[in-house]
Ligand binder design. Structure first.
Ligand SMILES: NC(=O)c1ccc[n+]([C@@H]2O[C@H](COP(=O)([O-])OP(=O)(O)OC[C@H]3O[C@@H](n4cnc5c(N)ncnc54)[C@H](OP(=O)(O)O)[C@@H]3O)[C@@H](O)[C@H]2O)c1
Length: 258
């Protein structure tokens, strides 16, 4: 693939461009030319200034006209305004990143017979460290995300939606860490010290997650002394009813995604 277009140049659009251009190494092939939509003007202008062969187009139709692969990265509420009325020739490949907009819905909006592939990249594509789920599998799209940290093509839409729901749990995790920090400051610890310490604690968790030879339940057991304080917090706070509440929230989200 030589030419990639991005309609909606915000957080994830920027991460894709940065991953393609300076994510480290050449990612296994020459980086494609990039064509950006004019909206998200400040980000688009900054990327175009920073990188060779990254151009800002006059409109969304020009993005489609100049690209082989067109990535749709607008928010759900903006997708109709951004896309209705565009002409998308059948030889284009459209990559749909917009959570909550189905492939069928997008096909109706674009009124095109072009291939449409759903994908769930995360901002870590910037460092080529995020595994991107795709459906349906498509050689060009899978190769694109393969060079941005890896690709996980799934067998059907139901599986895609399950992974999409999983990605929605990240900010709750940050809020959990922030709650730990504020609990410490409630007990007289200086905010800087609490923040620094909690970050360090959980960076070591991040590193141990990289060891895939141990299943997750094993990692929990390995970090816990029987009858000790980690076991106490796990069983008194993250108890079966708390775990069930989390699964219920995910089920509700999954219902909405479908
Ligand atoms: N962020 C993530 O980690 C992530 C991961 C996977 C998928 N996604 C999906 O990707 C989409 C974008 O997320 P985001 O976090 O990148 O949002 P964002 O930072 O708000 O970026 C959305 C961009 O779309 C632009 N836009 C709005 N209307 C447009 C139009 N008519 N034509 C062209 N561009 C238009 C906005 O421009 P203005 O600033 O001018 O309004 C903004 O730059 C969402 O649907 C989200 O579900 C996000």
């Amino acid at each position: 693939m030589q030419r990639i277009g991005i309609i909606g140049v915000g957080e994830i659009g920027r991460a894709i461009v940065e991953g393609l251009r300076d994510g480290g190494g050449d990612g296994g092939g020459a980086s494609p030319d990039v064509f950006l939509s004019p909206r998200g003007a400040r980000t688009a202008a900054e990327l175009s200034e920073r990188f060779e062969r990254v151009d800002v187009c006059a409109g969304n139709q020009e993005v489609v006209d100049r690209s082989e692969v067109v990535v749709i990265a607008v928010r759900r509420q903006d997708h109709h305004e951004a896309l209705a009325g565009l002409t998308v020739p059948e030889d284009r490949t459209v990559v749909n990143l917009t959570a909550g907009v189905s492939t069928d819905g997008l096909r109706r909006t674009l009124a095109t017979g072009a291939a449409i592939v759903g994908a769930i990249p995360l901002p870590a594509v910037r460092e080529r460290r995020s595994v991107t789920v795709t459906y349906p599998s498509h050689p060009v799209v899978d190769a694109l995300f393969g060079r941005l940290g890896g690709v996980l093509p799934v067998a059907d839409q139901d599986a895609f939606d399950v992974f999409s729901a999983l990605t929605s749990t990240l900010t709750a995790h940050y809020a959990y860490l922030s709650t730990l920090t504020s609990w410490a400051t409630d007990h007289g610890i200086a905010p800087d010290a609490a923040d620094h310490y909690v970050r360090g604690l959980f960076q070591s968790v991040g590193r141990s997650l990289g060891d895939e030879s141990r299943p997750l339940h094993r990692l929990a057991a390995d970090h816990e002394t029987p009858g000790g304080s980690n076991e106490r917090i796990r069983t008194t706070w993250f108890d079966p009813s708390n775990a069930a509440a989390l699964k219920k929230a995910l089920d509700g989200l999954l219902d909405d995604l479908r």
